[in-house]
Structure formats: C-alpha cells, structure tokens
Design a protein around this ligand. Structure first.
Ligand SMILES: Nc1ncnc2c1ncn2[C@@H]1O[C@H](COP(=O)(O)OP(=O)(O)OP(=O)(O)O)[C@@H](O)[C@H]1O
Length: 275
C-alpha cells in the first residue's frame, strides 16, 4: 500500500487522487492519463460521450477494477480493493436490492458483513431510512415501492455505512423527471448535512451543472480529461431559480460544446475515405 502527503486545491488532504490513471480492456485503451483530485466535501460530476469509459473509471474508483497504469488513492492510500469508507450507488436499483428482503433488511445486510451487531444494524437502517424520507416504508419489500422509493432505499443503504465518499453511476436515469429532481435535491441535502464527498456519473449536462462544485469532462478515444469546469453557483441550489441564472446557461453550453466536439470528431473518424 502506498501513501502520500499531497494537498488539494483548498490546501487540505484530498480525499481522492487520480494520478496518471489509464485503463485498457485487453488491447483496447479506454482511458488515458487521467489526473484529478477531489477535495473532502466536494460534489463532482463526471460527464462524457457514451462509451468514453465513465463506468469503467467509477469501477476503478470503487476498487472493483485495477488501473493498467497510474494510481488511485483514497485518503492517501492506494485503492487495490473496495476500501472501507466508500459506498457505491448504481443506476439499476431493481437489481441492486434483494427482492426477498424488506427495505430495512436490505440496508442492514451489508452492515452485518461489516461486523456490526443486530441492534445497531437495525438502528442505523431506521435512521438512514428517515434521512431519505422513507421511515414509513421500513417493512415494505422492493416490489411494493416505486422506482424512486427503491433508489432512496439504495441511497439509504449507502448512507447507513457512514461513508466519507459516495460514488454514484447514473443513479437517477431510470426515474421520471419530477422524481429525478427530488432525488437530486435529496442527494444535495445529504451531502451538505453529512459533509461527505460525492462523485456522480451522469449523461445529463443540466444535472451535472445543477449538482456539482466541479465537473470532470472526458473526451476522445481513448478518453482523456477534456476540461475540469468549476461550477460557481453557490452552495444553495434550487431547481427553478438556479436553472434560470445566466451563469447556469453559460456553464451548460460550455459542457455541451465539449461533449459535442468529441462526438463530431468521432463521426469524422468513422467516415470512410473519399476516392
Ligand atoms: N468488461 C468489458 N470488456 C471489454 N470492453 C468493455 C467492458 N466494459 C466496457 N467495455 C467497453 O469499454 C468502453 C467504455 O465503457 P463504459 O461502460 O465504461 O463507458 P461509459 O462512458 O460508462 O458508457 P455509457 O455512457 O454508454 O454508459 C466501451 O467501449 C465498452 O464497450
């Protein structure tokens, strides 16, 4: 295990450091020379064209895959397997929740593997359900809950673990627009309240601007960092007034251009040569 004493842009110990990171599936290079540092308490969204390698990067951050070059560090220690203090929320809540367990039991299950006693597991599960506004659904099964409620259970399960860093892969992609907005605001509130760091992959540029302190934009094949965009919209976000601001529109256009440029470049590369 390697440890470092780097500091982040705010002068503190960075919670996450991606250092000269590259990844290949066999001969196919997917991500190349990615460098990024997240400060404790930051909300970072990762955007990029489809197939850029965003999920692959998250899997490496979560310790589920190893980089083929470079290093990822969590609290200064190299990630070589899923580290304690880091929780993951996936898009597909229907597959991530156990259908034969109640909401409360789904949340308590990973705590059992962490060696936490029965009464404490139960207390943590109930508290986490309260935090996501689902106290009344503790004894319901996933199939008795709406999609948005199931994703709240998945978020509660991550929170019960009391992580310092939550990694989310397209967590709101499978719910309707109003539920999505509610879940975005819930995630912002939890992040603020708990002071945790969130790294979230999304296809939705508006969502990235709305949620983030910074957006990491990936582009190219293999994907590299196209830009790291500061989202200077203050810590209080509102679905209507924040999105009405001209700064919001400017940031959204800037990110769209970055992503579109990549997609156009790819189209040009794929066109057959003229004879
Ligand atoms: N297990 C795997 N083996 C080989 N190639 C893979 C594997 N998983 C993903 N890939 C390829 O790696 C590339 C990046 O995939 P990844 O899912 O990380 O991209 P993504 O940016 O998350 O895509 P999307 O936005 O469409 O979800 C794609 O070309 C994909 O086909």
């Amino acid at each position: 295990m390697t440890t470092t004493t780097n500091t982040d842009a705010r002068g503190g110990q960075p919670i996450l450091e991606i250092d000269g990171f590259s990844f290949a599936y066999g001969e196919t290079q997917i991500l190349q020379d990615i460098n990024f540092t997240a400060a404790s308490g930051e909300f970072v969204c990762i955007v990029g064209p489809s197939g850029a390698g965003k999920t692959t990067l998250l899997q490496c951050l979560a310790g589920l895959r190893r980089p083929t070059a470079g290093q990822i560090r969590f609290k200064g220690a190299e990630i070589t397997s899923p580290p304690a203090g880091l929780a993951v929320v996936f898009q597909d809540y229907s597959r991530s929740l156990m259908p034969w367990l109640s909401a409360k039991e789904n949340i308590a299950l990973p705590l059992k593997s962490a060696g936490i006693g029965k009464r404490e597991r139960e207390a943590k599960a109930v508290a986490a359900l309260e935090e996501v506004g689902l106290a009344a659904a503790a004894d319901l099964y996933p199939w008795e809950l709406s999609g948005g409620m199931q994703q709240r259970v998945a978020i509660a399960r991550a929170l019960a673990y009391e992580p310092a860093l939550v990694i989310m892969d397209e967590p709101f992609a499978s719910v309707d627009a109003q539920t999505r907005a509610d879940l975005e605001d819930l995630t912002l509130r939890i992040k603020e309240h708990r002071g945790i760091t969130v790294i979230l992959v999304t296809h939705d540029i508006d969502e990235a601007v709305y949620l983030s302190d910074r957006v990491l934009a990936l582009s190219g094949r293999p994907a590299k960092v196209a830009d790291i965009v500061e989202i200077d919209l203050g810590s209080q976000r509102d679905q209507i007034t924040t999105k009405e601001r001209h700064e919001f529109a400017g940031l959204r256009s800037r990110l769209y251009r970055l992503i579109r440029r990549t997609e156009q470049q790819e189209t040009v590369t794929l066109l057959p040569e003229a004879h």
